[in-house]
Design a protein around this ligand. Structure first.
Ligand code: NAD
Length: 495
């Protein structure tokens, strides 16, 4: 099937001045038109109008729209998954996995649409009832990154929609086609549903300036932004200046501790998936590996051997496990990081360009293992590429401290069969990350839990648990059903 056929099946007709390219070989796969300030203004105004209708639709009915959208995703999982592979370069299994994640969050949101529970609170005043109610917040902006071009939107949108919000999506400029395809599928669901207001979900395309327009607009109470820490640092003050709420999902620098009691075969497999999967371009990619000195000479050579045999190639081919980096800038960033790690005393295996003859305009790389003398400046920085910094440790308290001594706080894990160490890792004085796993790698989270991290990762939470509350406004309502007017705190105010 050609890319054109795929886009047609998904309902996308591309035209415009901006070329969308595939990281697989740099070829053009479509063209899109960017929004400007005028069209963004129009879309925000339309989103406000859609919200005014949608907020009054009963939540379980809103859930029905999300259920229908989930059905569209099921019917088009292969096509959308393939488009994710073409546009973001992740292997087909991961492209399909990404669409499955969208389906999963739709299912979750449908159930949630009957569970947007508030509280009944004991009032200190006789004849009074107090309650807490959750109301729709307003238009929600979703700004997303290239590496999960559709799932991140779905995590936000499925919840926002059942919560009664309208949605405006600014996808990454590197992945506009998957956004248009998702929007087209959503519109099919809207048609089947029949009763949803026009412009309930819209896409705005463009560079960061388009994101900035959403960030500063006071009609948008919630801005969910996924991307680099640099982006979050710029966006958060803009949203805060108008007292908006941001949900920030920023960079990670995720680690694994492998203790002497670990099952090494399990740890090795987990390291491989977490460090080289998605060519090291997941926010949860494993970037720092702490290995106890007693097992270092067993684990690290085994890893190097496994790395040497990794199938690198087109992500459309079934055997491939490592696809391309997103672009040349990413490749250059990886080379810069490797050079500074070397200057800091790192011993590098791999890291060079691969398949240059076959794909002169695709940036394939040999994932790198870098043995570091310590946690240097370069190790503390997130380079969005498959570089695994490996460090030795002796003492458990010391490795816990080193584990937490980076600016980011997204995901973390320990491989151990020692119950005390496992429990200490997830205790209050253990990992300081939003995600902490035992005998599981740091990547590949399920949608049922709240997803996100601390420190420079931004503190936002999306997806499962009670993340939905961020898309609603909380109201405390007190009703007096008595004939008296008692005041709280027993205050007497005789008039
Ligand atoms: P990026 O920061 O370059 O861009 C992300 C999005 O933000 C894009 O849509 C971009 O146009 C927009 N943007 C950039 N600057 C902006 C500004 N000042 N105001 C408004 N919008 C702006 O990120 P990327 O290269 O697409 O993605 C990689 C990064 O995303 C990595 O750091 C990765 O860790 C992070 N990420 C985090 C999570 C998470 O859940 N924590 C998930 C995926 C990716």
């Amino acid at each position: 099937m050609t890319t054109h056929d795929l886009l047609t099946q998904l309902g996308v007709h591309t035209s415009g001045d901006h070329i969308a390219r595939s990281p697989i070989d740099g070829a053009e796969i479509g063209r899109v038109a960017y929004d400007d300030a005028k069209s963004v203004e129009k879309k925000i105004a339309a989103s406000v109008e859609a919200f005014k209708t949608w907020r009054d639709v009963p939540a379980p009915k809103r859930g029905e729209l999300v259920r229908l959208f989930g059905e569209e995703l099921r019917a088009n999982k292969d096509a959308l998954g393939r488009l994710v592979t073409l546009e973001a370069g992740k292997i087909l299994q991961e492209g399909l996995g990404e669409v499955q994640e969208m389906i999963d969050i739709c299912d979750f949101a449908v159930g949630l649409s009957r569970q947007l529970y508030g509280l009944t609170i004991a009032s200190e005043r006789p004849g009074h009832r107090m309650m807490e109610t959750w109301h729709p917040a307003g238009p929600v902006a979703v700004i997303s990154a290239f590496n999960f071009p559709v799932a991140v939107w779905a995590w936000n949108a499925a919840l926002a929609l059942v919560c009664g919000d309208s949605v405006i999506w600014k996808p990454c400029e590197k992945t506009p086609l998957t956004a248009l395809a998702t929007q087209a599928l959503f519109e099919r669901a809207m048609t089947k549903f029949g009763a949803a207001p026009k412009n309930l979900s819209q896409v705005v395309l463009g560079l960061r300036d388009v994101g900035e327009l959403l960030a500063k607009d006071a009609r948008i109470p919630v801005v969910s932004a996924t991307g680099s820490t640099r982006m979050g640092r710029e966006l958060a003050p803009v949203v805060a200046a108008r007292f908006g709420r941001s949900i920030l999902e920023l960079g990670g620098n995720n680690a694994m501790i492998v203790t002497p009691s670990a099952k090494l075969d399990l740890a090795t497999r987990a390291i491989l998936f977490a460090a080289v999967g998605t060519a090291g371009q997941r926010c949860t990619t494993l970037r720092r590996l702490f290995v106890h000195e007693s097992i270092y000479d067993k684990l690290v050579p085994a890893l190097k051997k496994a790395y040497a045999g990794l199938p690198i190639g087109s992500p459309l081919e079934k055997v491939t496990l490592v696809g391309p980096l997103i672009d040349k800038a990413s490749f250059e960033g990886m080379q810069r990081a490797l050079a500074s790690a070397k200057d800091e005393g790192g011993a590098i295996s791999g890291g060079g360009r691969a398949l240059e003859d076959k794909f002169p305009d695709g940036f394939y790389i040999h994932p790198a293992i870098v043995e570091m003398p310590g946690q240097t400046k370069t190790v503390c920085h997130e380079t969005f590429a498959p570089i695994l910094y490996v460090m030795k440790y002796t003492d458990f308290d010391d490795v816990l401290a080193r584990h937490n001594a980076v600016p980011q706080g997204l995901s973390s894990c320990i491989f151990t069969t020692d119950m005390q160490q496992a429990e200490r890792f997830i205790a209050a004085s253990g990992s300081d990350c939003g995600i902490a796993n035992v005998n599981i790698g740091p990547s590949g989270a399920e949608i049922g839990g709240a997803f996100g991290g601390e420190k420079e990762t931004g503190g936002g939470r999306e997806s499962g648990s009670d993340s939905w509350k961020a898309y609603m406004r909380r109201q405390t309502a007190t009703i007096n059903y008595s004939d008296a007017l008692p005041l709280a705190q027993g205050i007497e105010f005789a008039v």
